[in-house]
Design a protein around this ligand. Structure first.
Ligand code: PRP
Ligand code: MN
Ligand code: MG
Length: 178
């Protein structure tokens, strides 16, 4: 695709990361009631990969939230577009995200879900961009650390596009600066 500067993380690297995380999750939650909450839209591809490598029974649900809209900068306001319909009272919750950037989205979600009586709330994110963090969030299953570049693919978008690229790619600057 013409908008792509270069591939940052290959399919193979992503696959390896997914397998390692799924194996840890399967061990850690063995014998426990786990509800996995995928955060749409960005989290959908990672969750689909991760869920299929998890070897214990889990409930899956989704929330749809947005803080970036069509911009390349976080608005800081996390809008809940769709909530889960699973009762998480007395259950363990694992939130699955594509990326932790400023941390605002996950911070908000953790606080919200904690008010609903879960036994625990943990986070699993495919990518981590620590250089941009604004709030401290504990990411229990932390994926691949990336530099402060605007990335797309593997669920991540720019203006709704490029989520379907199978690798994590750096977007050309002139695409989002113009
Ligand atoms: C992106 C990304 C994470 C969040 C991370 O979602 O998918 O959910 O931003 O950024 P933060 O740590 O700075 O909050 P976005 O708001 O773009 O919605 P989308 O998943 O529908 O693309
Ligand atoms: Mn998102
Ligand atoms: Mg987005």
């Amino acid at each position: 695709m013409g908008a792509i500067e270069r591939v940052l993380i290959t399919k193979e690297e992503l696959n390896k990361q997914v397998k390692e995380m799924a194996s840890r999750i399967s061990k850690d939650y063995e014998g426990k009631e786990l509800v996995i909450i995928g955060v749409l839209k960005g989290g959908f591809i990672f969750l689909a990969d991760l869920a299929r490598e998890i070897t214990i029974p889990v409930d899956l649900d989704f929330m749809s939230v947005s803080s970036y809209g069509n911009s390349s900068k976080s608005s800081g306001v996390v809008k809940i577009i769709k909530d889960v319909d699973t009762n998480i009272d007395g259950k363990h919750v694992l939130i699955v995200e594509d990326i932790v950037d400023t941390g605002l989205t996950l911070n908000h979600l953790v606080e919200l879900l904690k008010t609903r009586g879960p036994l625990s709330v943990k986070i699993c994110a495919a990518l981590d961009k620590p250089s941009r963090r604004k709030v401290d969030v504990q990411v229990d299953y932390k994926g691949i650390e990336i530099p402060d570049e605007f990335v797309v693919g593997y669920g991540l978008d720019y203006c709704g596009k490029y989520r379907n690229i199978p690798e994590v790619c750096i977007l050309k600057k002139d695409v989002y600066l113009k």
